[in-house]
Design a protein around this ligand. Sequence first.
Ligand SMILES: Nc1nc2c(ncn2[C@@H]2O[C@H](COP(=O)(O)OP(=O)(O)OP(=O)(O)O)[C@@H](O)[C@H]2O)c(=O)[nH]1
Ligand SMILES: [Mg+2]
Ligand SMILES: [Zn+2]
Length: 341
Amino acid sequence: MSHERPDERLGWNSSLDAAWADLGDPRRPGRVSRLDRGWSTIVVHLDRPPVRARNIGADVAVGDWVIVSDDGERVDAVVPRFSAFTRRASFEGNRAVAHTIAANIDTVVLVHALTSPPNQRRLERELVLAFDSGATPVIVVTKADAVDDADATVATLEEVAVGVPVLRASGRTGEGVEQLRDLVPVGRTMALLGASGVGKSTLINALVGGELLRTSEVRENDQRGRHTTTACELVRLPGDDHGWLIDTPGVRAVSLWSSGHGIERAFRDVFDLSERCRFRDCKHEDEPGCAVHRAIELGRLDPRRLDAMKRLVAEEAALEAEQRAWEKAQDRRGVRKQRPR
Ligand SMILES: Nc1nc2c(ncn2[C@@H]2O[C@H](COP(=O)(O)OP(=O)(O)OP(=O)(O)O)[C@@H](O)[C@H]2O)c(=O)[nH]1
Ligand SMILES: [Mg+2]
Ligand SMILES: [Zn+2]
């Protein structure tokens, strides 16, 4: 295998150079474009067909840069990611397990449909994960063609989208598509995330200008999707000026897998207010001089937003406690193993 630097048009960049150097494996990495039951599809050269390799034991996500074994059979190593959208996997018994949906992404698009009532709580959670991913979040409200008055829904979502732009779009009429495409210049990657049926694949089809991805009707009664997309997929935008999109299957639950400052950034308004609380460690319960409660009394902050934030902080704390307990248990096991006989 060559020691050639991967193609920047595939999304390689200088932070990956450093990560690759740290990995200490000079073989040329390729990019995972799809995952199917233990198999990775990997693009190594833009102008050659992708290769397929097994990813036994390797923690791989779409968008990852991986090194394939010399015999081409399996993924040998994963180049550390510069960003990743990771949530807590839903059902893993008593232990928290991370599930990375998309890796090495520059922009995260949180897709909501105008045909359903705006869901502020869901958007808040998505924003926490998006900020934690290391990528830049953007909110897209789509199906703009299907409603008469989008303004109220957009305004409701904007209330909790502190500092994050909200774009209107339609996969049917092409509204907003050009603006979205401009967010993905050559060498960049944008992942689309959201509930099933909101129109992620339809939007990607509009962006690439063809019926590349399968889509299907939502349920008439509640506008819920049918989980049409079942695997993440890296899709190239046509033309030499544009980068990559990642389509993802709709996720029902957005559980936190947090380690960074996602909550602080997603709730910047509340954190800004709390700077003016009398006590530095104010919990915004019933302490005197609480600037957050003052803002609620003045109608400047929705009390539901404070509740939502507290719930997320508690969820994150519980997750961290769980992880610490698990690590401790692992350490004990490790010590036992190392004990001389
Ligand atoms: N009117 C209208 N319908 C749309 C638009 N975007 C998507 N739809 C419809 O909504 C349904 C679901 O769209 P999909 O693109 O399959 O949704 P998805 O988010 O990819 O769903 P999953 O793959 O299940 O996660 C389809 O019937 C689409 O035709 C839009 O902009 N306007
Ligand atoms: Mg889809
Ligand atoms: Zn306070």
